[in-house]
Design a protein around this ligand. Structure first.
Ligand code: XIL
Length: 311
């Protein structure tokens, strides 16, 4: 059939979406998710504030629900995310620095062991960089310096040796200071034999502003011997959406899908959410929306047709 997932699979790729626990109670959302997409990223359910909101007390119920939906619809799961400065419970950031490494390793080991064999990949560390390419200052760098990243990857690999291990960030999709920093980091991790399988380009784009160096940037990362995934694609515009912006969005989606398909090490594209009503964009970027392939009534937009054509 003409679905995103069938077309992607025919090319050895996948097309993913993000789903939250609340999305699972919408039959409109689940009907599209389970037929059009073959990869799921939990929107929030595997983040530290959900999975270990107080020290040593783990809650995998919400994440398990996403995994169970994925299994029922023959979808794989991108685990997201083990270590991140955001959606991090206060108990972690207020730990004495001498206790942060043990807390991080315990969190990674417990969560990755729980989901062992059930996730295709892990975003082991999410959003480690500032815009200028310096490492973000957070509980982890304060306690361990830049070495926390290698430590997190090694810990995740020990818990689930078959999961593909990713570093994921935004504004690294084109060539620039921030993507240079990620490139240098991955290069150095590979040289040291640290387990790393891929880099996630979040790809929260603005209509008409997708970097023209996307494909070249995918190519230079894959040349290091890692995969690239487009992990959180959306393409926002001022709302109400204009016809011109919706047409440009279709061009943008085709460009992103084509750029990934053109490089064999680019494993697949995931959109962040199913449709405009469940997208995070209006809540985080005031005045913006209409960022996905499905409109306010969950009807496919021009961007959907463009993705189908590109696949
Ligand atoms: C977003 C979720 O969609 C929101 O529901 C939540 O309130 C904040 O986080 N980069 C990421 C994702 O890696 O985890 C973020 O998800 C969007 C930006």
């Amino acid at each position: 059939g003409t679905t995103l997932r069938d077309l992607a699979e025919a090319k050895g790729s996948y097309f993913g979406t993000a789903l939250t626990q609340s999305n699972l109670s919408s039959s409109t959302i689940t009907a599209i998710a389970g037929t059009q997409f073959d990869m799921v990223t939990p929107g929030n359910e595997m983040k530290w504030d959900t999975t270990e909101s107080s020290a040593g007390n783990f809650n995998f119920g919400p994440g398990d629900q996403i995994v169970s939906f994925a299994k029922a619809h023959s979808m794989r799961v991108r685990g997201h995310t083990l270590v991140w400065h955001s959606q991090l419970p206060n108990w972690v950031s207020s730990l004495p620095t001498a206790q942060v490494q043990a807390a991080m390793e315990n969190h990674i080991t417990t969560e990755a062991t729980h989901y062992k064999g059930q996730v295709y990949s892990w975003d082991v560390v999410n959003e480690p960089f500032n815009e200028d390419g310096s490492l973000r200052t957070d509980a982890f760098t304060n306690a361990m310096g830049s070495g926390y990243i290698a430590d997190a990857l090694r810990t995740a690999h020990a818990a689930d040796p078959n999961a593909k291990l990713y570093l994921n960030d935004y504004n690294i999709e084109g060539l620039g200071a921030k993507s240079d920093a990620m490139y240098q980091l991955v290069s150095s991790l590979k040289q040291q034999g640290v387990p790393i399988d891929g880099v996630g380009f979040e790809s929260h784009f603005i209509v008409g502003q997708v970097p023209s160096t996307l494909k070249a940037n995918i190519q230079r990362f894959t040349a290091l011997g890692v995969n690239v995934a487009i992990t959180e694609l959306d393409d926002r515009m001022p709302v109400p959406a204009s016809a011109a912006n919706l047409a440009q969005q279709a061009t943008d989606y085709a460009y992103v899908v084509n750029s990934c398909l053109a490089v064999s090490g680019c494993v697949g594209v995931s959109q962040w959410g199913v449709g405009d009503p469940d997208s995070w964009i209006p809540g985080f970027f005031s005045g913006y929306g209409a960022a996905t392939m499905y409109d306010d009534n969950y009807q496919p937009k021009a961007a959907y047709n463009a993705a189908v054509t590109a696949l």
